[in-house]
Each structure stands twice: as C-alpha cells, then as structure tokens.
Design a protein around this ligand. Structure first.
Ligand code: CAO
Length: 420
C-alpha cells in the first residue's frame, strides 16, 4: 500500500492563508475530492479537496496555521490502486439502475470547488451546506462575523427575509427594486467609482443594526468646565512640557466607570436563546475616520489604563487604522463604542449601535455657554452627548440614569470618579 502525500495546490493569489477548519481526522477513510481543510483569506474561504483516496495516516496542519502552495497537508495510505483494479472489474459487470441512496452518494463525490463560485462570500463548509439545504444562495448573504464571514444566524436571517409565513403557508417575499425614473446623467456630468472595501464590509453591518435593533437615542449636555481646566493644566512633572490629551481619553475613562455601574450597557443580547451575555472586561471601541472609511477598533482593558495611556493608545490605534496596519481581530470583542465628532464639530447626532454591542456614545464638540450662577454671569464648557441604546435590553429610565452618571464622572466629581 503506497503512502501518498497531499499538498496545498496552486491557489492563485492565496499566500500565507490561514487554516480555519480541519475537516478530517487521523484514521479516517476519505475519497478523492473530499474536502480536507478550509482556508480563509481576506476575500473568501476555500476548501481544499483531496487528490487521492485512502486512509489518513497523519495530519500535518492545524487550525490557525498559515500555509502556502506545496505545504504538506496530510499523508494517506492510498487505496487508489486497489480501487482502480476493482473499478476495472466492475466495468465488465452490467450497469444496474441506481437507487436513491446511490444517487446521493454520487452527488457527494462531485469535486468540491476549490474556490467559491462567487469568490466573495466567506463561510465555512458547514454553513455553505446549511445554506444549500435551505435553498439559499450563499453569495447573496451578507456576513456579520469577522471580515464579513457568514454565520448560521446570517443564513437564517437571509431566509427569513426572503419568505413570509401567512396562515401557515410559506410565501416568497416580493423584493421591491427601486428604479430611478431618470438617470443621473440626464441632469449633468457625473463620475462613478467603486465603493471602498471598508464601506462594502460595514454597509450590511449598519443595515442590520438599523433595521434589527430598536434604537433609542438620548441627548444630554455635560458641564465639563472643571475637567477642561484640569486637562489644559497637565504638565509633565520632569520635563515641564504640556501633556496633550484630548477629551476623548477622559470620556473613555468615564465610560468605563459608567459601565461598571450599569452592566446592562456592557452586554450583548442573544435573541434566539433570550439570554444576556454580561462582559467582565472593559474593551472600549472608538470610531476612527480614515480615508478608507469608518473603522471601529477596540482599546483593551481601558479600566487598567491611566488617562495619559488611553490618550497614547487612541493616537497609536487610529494611526494603525489609517495605515491599514491594524489586525482585524481588533475590530471585535468590544464592550461599548464611542463615536466622537468633537475634533470636527457639531453637537448632537444619532449614532448607530455597533452589534453585538448594545449601546454607543456619540460625542459632539465642547462649546461655551454663559449661565447665571449666584447672581453672576459665568462661562461654562458644555459637552454635548448622544447615547443610543438597544431598547430590548435597556429601558429609557436606565438610559437617563446612565447619562446622569456619566455627567457626574465628567463633571464636578470627575477627579473622584476618574482616578488619573
Ligand atoms: N470638544 C472640543 N474639542 C475637542 C473635542 C471635543 N469634544 N474632541 C476633540 N477635540 C479637539 C482635540 O483636543 C484636538 O485639539 P488640538 O488640536 O488642540 O489638540 C482636536 O479636537 C482634534 O482631536 P482628534 O480628533 O485628533 O482626537 P480625538 O482623540 O478627539 O479623536 C479620533 C480621535 C480617532 C476619534 C478622531 O480622530 C476621529 O477619527 N474622529 C471621527 C470619528 C467619526 O467619524 N465618528 C463618526 C462615526 S459615525 O459615522
């Protein structure tokens, strides 16, 4: 019995691609074209089929490995020769009618495509199979997972969106296509260009958030006069140089304090199982405006950082985003997001929740307001905030209390609440 080596085939552009699934086990008997492993690049996932049949002697790759053309996937005790002899023999026997089981078996033996037909959807073979079973075209499903990967939930949601159930009968939904009555060119010169990749990826995520989450947005104003005075008075003890920290670092620290007080805001909702997942960590996401589109990386364990450290991390991480050097994992696993437009301008807006998070804090630009205090007209620094939350989990009263508490953390009590 010959030992057969199965190597990574030529996959065009695929280099240093990650193994995301090993679909076979040592000792398993496999057929030619059975899928062995799934590889995932930024663009798509690919199943690598076996070029031979036989019993798996050793598997040389594991999940997380980065592999290239020619790398050894596994070794087989090949049974091909024996089977070919058997096939020769069976050729001489008369062909009989296939039973239904045999037809299924034959279909399974069809070569698995090494690259998904569309080349766009990213999904594991299990999810692809699930979609096929439900009659859904995987290339039409927008993935909500890491790098747009399609989950079982996405498949179910897609199928739900395609059908309605009326009096127990499943009916296909009519999809309304809106066609503009006049084309844009009819009104003057135009230019078209491709939507940037980051926007293509974030678009379905935003649509999902906007259409599936009942948002409530609460606007408030925080008197940050004392905090601003303090922020502008920060000097390095040794060099005497001014320390530049933007208000966002203080806001992130205050947000952690509020999350500790209101755990419902540091949670995710599993609407299938009706369970709330409470996070014990404090990873704060912040929206970064980049030439490639909006990105929302996370600052990890903000509760363990000083304000100065948060300021540095905000700068470093936003730089990594703008240079497209950030690891995609950094866009996942957040507690709550801050979307600050304070550096640009404006007051209140309606930030969209970044699921699976359940709340987002929008921040506008601090402005001056004259107020009467003890019969004197004095100037105050006012920070406009807009808090959006998932009303399925958070009630209006809790939202209001959250804003009031945040106001205390950034207002008069800031020195006590935010131990620098
Ligand atoms: N009020 C007044 N001034 C503010 C402020 C506020 N709320 N927030 C920031 N500023 C000031 C800063 O102090 C800084 O002043 P100096 O130039 O004098 O130092 C200036 O505005 C620029 O700050 P910044 O924007 O560079 O830094 P930041 O820490 O506030 O924000 C980041 C960092 C990455 C969030 C920001 O650069 C950014 O990308 N913002 C856009 C986010 C966005 O697009 N949100 C919308 C998402 S929904 O589409």
């Amino acid at each position: 019995m010959a030992i057969q080596k199965i190597l990574v085939p030529d996959m065009g552009d695929f280099k240093d691609v990650e193994v995301i699934e090993v679909l076979v086990k040592k000792g398993q008997v496999i057929k030619k074209n059975d899928s062995l492993i799934t590889l995932e690049s930024d663009k798509s996932s690919v199943e690598v089929p076996s070029t031979h049949e036989g019993k798996i002697e050793k598997i040389n790759v594991s999940v997380g490995d980065k592999i290239n053309k020619g790398d050894l996937i596994l070794t087989l005790e090949s049974t091909q020769e024996r089977n070919e002899a058997a096939k020769e023999k069976s050729k001489k026997e008369p062909v009989k009618q296939k039973t239904q089981n045999e037809v299924v078996q034959v279909q399974k033996q069809q070569p698995a495509p090494s690259v998904p037909a569309s080349g766009k959807s990213s999904a594991s073979p299990k999810i692809r199979k699930f979609a096929r079973e439900l009659g859904a075209d995987i290339s039409k499903i927008s993935g909500t997972q890491r790098a747009g990967r399609v989950s079982a939930e996405d498949v179910k949601n897609f199928v739900r969106s395609q059908v309605t159930v009326s009096q127990g009968e499943v009916q296909k939904k009519e999809v309304t296509k809106y066609v503009e009555e006049y084309s844009h060119e009819e009104f003057g010169e135009i230019a078209t260009q491709d939507l940037p990749r980051v926007k293509k990826l974030s678009g379905p995520h935003l649509v999902r958030s906007w259409t599936e989450i009942p948002h409530v947005t609460q606007h408030d104003e925080i008197d940050v006069t004392d905090m601003e005075q303090f922020r502008n008075s920060l000097y390095d003890y040794y060099t005497g140089e001014k320390i530049k920290v933007t208000p966002l670092a203080f806001i992130a620290k205050a947000l952690v304090s509020a999350l500790k007080e209101f755990p419902n805001f540091n949670a995710s909702l599993n609407s299938e199982s009706n369970k709330i997942i409470y996070k014990k960590y404090f990873h704060i996401g912040f929206a970064v405006d980049t030439p490639h589109g909006l990105m929302v990386p996370k600052l990890r364990n903000v509760d363990q950082m000083s304000i100065q450290k948060i300021g540095e991390e905000l700068k470093n991480t936003s730089q990594l985003c703008r240079e497209l050097k950030i690891d995609k994992k950094e866009f996942f696993g957040g507690s709550m997001t801050i979307s600050s437009l304070g550096g640009i301008g404006g007051t209140h807006f309606t930030p969209i929740i970044n699921p699976p998070e359940v709340a987002i804090l929008g921040v506008g630009r601090t402005f001056d307001r004259l107020v009467k205090e003890k019969n004197q007209i004095i100037s105050k620094k006012i920070l406009p905030i807009s808090l959006s939350y998932d009303h399925r989990l958070i009630d209006g009263a809790e939202g209001a209390r959250f804003c009031v508490y945040l106001g205390k953390c950034l207002g008069k009590d800031f020195a006590f609440k935010l131990a620098v």
